[in-house]
Design a protein around this ligand. Structure first.
Ligand code: UDX
Length: 429
């Protein structure tokens, strides 16, 4: 695409920041990226990417002439008008969103009528209003503010950026919202223009709804197990109804990742703080926590007692194509199994380093072939493509026991049974 588009700034070079930066560079913008972490900026300047996201490193390399990295805001402020805020908003101990990084940005930006803060970070509904008040108190009231929440999924983030289902722009009138809309125009996505609070709520409500869909199908799966029905067929049958749709109806070991875990809880607490009890979300969260533990009960039913049993976990990341371990079901599973005295070995093609940061004593094998050796049971936790292509006869030969638990309903039961193994999925008759 052409290189004549206006420069932009991106503050924060995590998943959202880097993908936003490289996405806009790809459609022709000069992008000035800032991060407070000098080690991260040094890596990026060397062309190294601090996170694993398919295609990201290649796209950064292809656009390196348009990407500028710094720990200082100066260059960015000198060149760019739209400053995209992409800093982390992790949960506090109370479950609310920790906005300290957002406030640090507000403190750092200059008082300027020539700049616009475009909030991409997920923030509670009402944050924009508060930030505008804080900016005014700091004498920065002329700085415009736009909410433009990010909906990308890890593992397919670049494609999600370039082909979004929609772009949501919340503003209070004036030209800033129009400028953000013009910036996104080459992506030809549907644009939703609204006020700031509604834009913030769209992001939280979208994640809460998707998490609700997953907890719903997981509960249907659990009932299917009691009634000898098959949740895969049930999901297909209900998903063909256009009002329901087929996506996010895969039963499994529960949803993970930073966003669902954080945003569902943040929305529930946001409602509670304003005096409303969001009953449905309490159940969505509880169902998910129980779902992560159900595999332990399945293992117990077959192998009781679990003490001394060797359990191989295939996959650690919260989903395939990422090294992100935040909220990963594997963490709950591994901890619960270890608490029962089981001997847990794990293998993940990408996430081992991140997993060891959270669980330093995790016993990690070098390959899928290695992790199953002498196992009493194998549990598929993350549906990485290489696990779907395993030779189950070889696996059966290497195992000590016969049990395979498919925590993602991603394997073919017939193939596994033909190898002489016992197959159990989630909600599959
Ligand atoms: C999510 C939202 O999809 C995205 O729009 C938002 O910007 C960030 O949060 P992400 O966390 O990257 O994205 O992962 P996603 O693909 O949505 O999966 C989340 C979790 O749900 C994963 O653990 C996945 O395995 C699980 N999942 C998903 C299911 O268990 N069943 C499903 O049918 C779909």
């Amino acid at each position: 695409m052409n290189g004549t588009r206006k420069p932009i700034g991106v503050i924060g070079t995590g998943y959202v920041g880097l993908v936003t930066a490289v996405g806009f560079a790809e459609i022709g913008c000069e992008v000035y990226c800032v991060d407070i972490d000098p080690a991260k900026i040094a890596m990026l300047e060397r062309g190294e990417v601090p996170i694993y996201e398919p295609g990201l490193e290649e796209m950064i390399a292809a656009n390196s002439s348009r990407l500028h990295f710094s720990t200082s805001l100066d260059d960015m402020v000198a060149h760019a008008r739209l400053l995209f805020v992409c800093v982390g908003t992790p949960p506090t101990h109370a479950g609310d969103a920790d906005l300290s990084a957002v406030y640090a940005v507000v403190d750092a930006v200059p008082a300027s009528a020539d700049h616009v803060l475009v909030m991409k970070s997920t923030v509670p509904c009402g944050t924009g209003r508060t930030l505008k008040r804080v900016l005014a108190e700091q004498g920065k009231g002329s700085l415009a503010y736009v909410s433009c929440p990010e909906f990308l999924k890890e593992g397919s983030a670049i494609d999600d950026f370039l082909h979004p289902d929609r772009v949501v722009i919340g503003d209070e009138g004036g030209v800033a919202g129009d400028e953000v809309e013009a910036l996104y125009a080459p992506l030809r996505a549907p644009i939703v223009r609204t006020d700031i609070a509604s834009a913030e709520m769209i992001k939280l409500a979208a994640n809460a709804f998707l998490a609700t869909k997953i907890s719903f199908i997981n509960e249907i799966a659990n009932v299917c197990e009691e009634l000898d029905a098959n949740v895969i067929d049930v999901a297909e049958g209900i998903g063909l109804d256009h009002r329901i749709g087929p996506k996010f109806l895969q039963a499994g070991v529960g949803y993970g990742g930073s966003c669902f875990t954080k945003d569902v809880s943040a929305l529930k607490l946001l409602a509670a703080n304003s005096g409303y009890h969001f009953q449905l979300l309490s159940s969505v969260i509880e169902v998910n926590e129980l779902q992560k533990r159900r595999v332990v009960a399945k293992l117990q039913r077959h192998l009781d007692p679990l003490a001394g049993k060797r359990i191989a976990l295939l996959g650690l990341a919260f989903k395939p194509n990422t090294d992100d371990m935040r909220g990963a079901s594997s963490l709950v599973l591994a901890s619960r199994l270890e608490a029962e005295g089981a001997l847990v070995r794990t293998y993940d093609p990408i996430a081992e380093t991140e997993a060891l940061k959270v669980m330093p004593k995790l016993d990690c094998a070098d390959s899928a072939q290695d992790v199953v050796v002498d196992a009493d049971a194998v549990v598929l936790v993350t549906e990485w493509p290489e696990f779907l292509e395993l030779d189950w006869s070889t696996v059966a030969g290497a195992m000590r026991g016969k049990l395979v638990i498919d925590g993602r309903n991603a394997l073919d039961p017939e193939i596994i049974r033909a190898a002489g193994l016992v197959y159990e999925g989630i909600g599959r008759a």
